[in-house]
Design a protein around this ligand. Structure first.
Ligand SMILES: Cc1cc2nc3c(=O)[nH]c(=O)nc-3n(C[C@H](O)[C@H](O)[C@H](O)COP(=O)(O)OP(=O)(O)OC[C@H]3O[C@@H](n4cnc5c(N)ncnc54)[C@H](O)[C@@H]3O)c2cc1C
Length: 503
């Protein structure tokens, strides 16, 4: 249960305070709690509402890192993908992927046959401890005819065959994140959403806690701990500068976005498509709840104070690349249902190339406040591992697995996973399910419930249609109901193409 209890939290002496409730902060809370440390997570908005909400919902193994022969990254990714499969069999499923091969450069069946073989070899333990219906088969090369069966709109000209491999899909990644926060809280951790850390409390050069404001009523609290981790994602560098000094290595901004189109998916496989124009990047065309979900587009960016939304010319370029690579696709801007944007750490300032590894900074070791740490990471998939490395570094001791590790899988109804056609009419106990979630998962606003605790917000039109009935589950007056529904509308509005200012 996630309890929004400020009085208790401000009385406690914590071992650790974590600032930022994205996937990195959530995993830090869990890992610290598993290690027997008393931890408090502070999130200025809702848990998982920023970058972590906007991921492409793939749990990556390491196939793509074969290109750079980054074996460490391959092994880490495989093992973290397995962690998700073992612990969230109810929320993660095998994702078959297909890359059509046209024989250009390395995109030849002979080369990919070898790459898939290596991939299977390096991930030979990928299914250890994974339930039987979630195990990932070996990759294979398929014929041109098979590619056309899997993906009928493939451009058949010069097609030589296809590479098939398996990764993980987590269509409801927002629920995975909330389950991790809940799991950490069940192990004696605490987590407060809508609570912004404003000051680092320091005495004689050592951290003593964090001052934070409850954004629902502007009350200020002080929380006590001798260790504080800044895990504020795109904001971590600003926070490091505010609480100590700027560390450029922490986060050099780059912009990344995915698009959900109001069009049926092209295949049950995720398609890896490389447009024919020179130097084009490979995109993933996914199926998400039956719809076409495509990305990720990357570009340089410099201004972490705001998360941009792509303008219509960027979206139109992307659509153009997809239309020219996929037969009879004819996507238009009016097909855009939602944009999923975020800032990610780049290798270099002004570059779109992503950083390869996490950064963990011990401010105390560099002359800053003792007990203050900052981290940034690159992938949702590897957040738990980065959390484990960080906790080991901070507490300088081995994190032992123990009986505290276990998570009890919930059934999909308890989890708030409803199918796309669901309406709040059926006499199937939906009210109790939602009331339980409201009570146990720190739901403050309507969008917390509809977008990040359940799947009721997946389809914007249906979500708004059902919003009045869902509001009735809260103890809200008419004014509050209408302001909550406006908030939900603004959420969807903010995910449309930016028609006004360009990037
Ligand atoms: C378009 C896109 C597609 C992606 N696809 C994938 C994918 O398919 N698979 C994958 O593994 N990864 C993917 N990623 C990467 C992954 O989403 C990120 O690496 C991850 O979500 C980063 O998490 P985070 O916790 O560091 O940041 P965030 O999720 O941004 O969390 C940081 C949190 O800190 C909070 N915060 C900031 N300041 C304060 C403060 N003062 N007090 C309290 N809280 C504060 C913010 O509100 C925010 O919630 C993708 C990313 C993007 C943008």
């Amino acid at each position: 249960m996630i309890k929004r209890d400020f009085v208790e939290a401000s009385k406690n002496q914590y071992d650790l305070i974590i600032i930022g409730g994205g996937i990195y902060g959530a995993c830090l809370l869990l890992t610290a709690s598993q290690a027997g440390k008393k931890a408090l997570l502070l999130e200025k908005d809702d848990f998982g509402a920023a970058t972590s909400f906007n991921n492409l919902r793939t749990v990556h193994g390491g196939l793509r890192y074969l290109q750079s022969l980054d074996l460490k990254r391959i092994f880490e990714s495989v093992s973290e993908r397995r962690w998700f499969f073992r612990n969230f069999p109810d929320l993660v499923k095998p994702l078959p992927c297909l890359m059509p091969l046209y024989g250009r450069g390395v995109y030849r069946p002979s080369i990919f046959r070898f790459a898939l073989l290596l991939n299977d070899l390096f991930s030979s333990n990928r299914n250890d401890g994974v339930v039987s219906d979630k195990k990932l088969p070996n990759g294979k090369i398929v014929s041109k005819i098979e590619v056309m069966e899997i993906y009928p709109q493939v451009d058949g000209k010069n097609l030589k065959g296809g590479a098939v491999w398996y990764d993980g899909a987590m269509p409801d990644s927002q629920k995975v994140l909330i389950e991790i926060v809940k799991w950490g809280c069940d192990l004696d951790g605490s987590a407060l959403n809508y609570t912004e850390a404003t000051d680092l409390l320091i005495k004689e050069g050592k951290v003593t806690g964090v001052r934070a404001v409850d954004k629902t009523n502007n009350k200020v609290y002080e929380f006590n701990a001798t260790k504080v981790i800044n895990s504020a994602g795109p904001w971590c560098r600003m926070l490091a500068a505010k609480f100590d000094k700027d560390y450029p290595a922490l986060f050099k901004d780059s912009f990344a976005w995915n698009v959900l189109f109001n069009r049926p998916a092209l295949s049950s496989y995720a398609l890896a498509i490389t447009p024919k124009n020179h130097g084009a990047r490979t995109y993933f065309i996914h199926q998400w709840k039956g719809l076409l979900f495509a990305g990720t587009v990357h570009s340089p960016w410099k201004d972490a104070s705001r998360i941009p939304i792509p303008d219509s010319s960027s979206v139109s370029n992307f659509i153009g690349e997809l239309n020219s690579s996929i037969k009879n696709l004819n996507l238009e801007q009016s097909d855009v249902l939602q944009i999923f944007p975020g800032l990610l750490p780049a290798k270099e300032e002004g570059s779109e190339k992503l950083a390869v590894r996490e950064v963990i900074i011990d401010h105390g070791e560099n002359g800053g406040p003792k007990g203050f740490f900052s981290i940034s990471g690159v992938k949702f998939t590897t957040a738990r591992l980065v959390a484990e490395k960080t906790i080991k570094k901070i507490f300088r001791e081995e994190i032992k697995s123990s009986s505290r590790d276990g998570r009890k899988p919930s059934n999909s109804k308890e989890l708030g996973i409803f199918d796309n056609q669901w309406v709040p009419k059926e006499p199937n106990g939906w009210e109790n399910t939602l009331k339980n979630i409201i009570q146990n998962e720190s739901v403050v606003h309507l969008d917390d419930l509809m977008i990040r605790r359940t799947t009721l917000g997946d389809d914007p039109a249906r979500a708004l249609e059902n919003s009045q009935k869902i509001c009735a589950l809260f103890n809200w007056n008419d004014a509050r109901r209408s302001s909550e529904i406006s908030r939900l509308e603004s959420f969807y509005q903010s995910r449309k193409i930016n028609e006004t200012n360009s990037l």
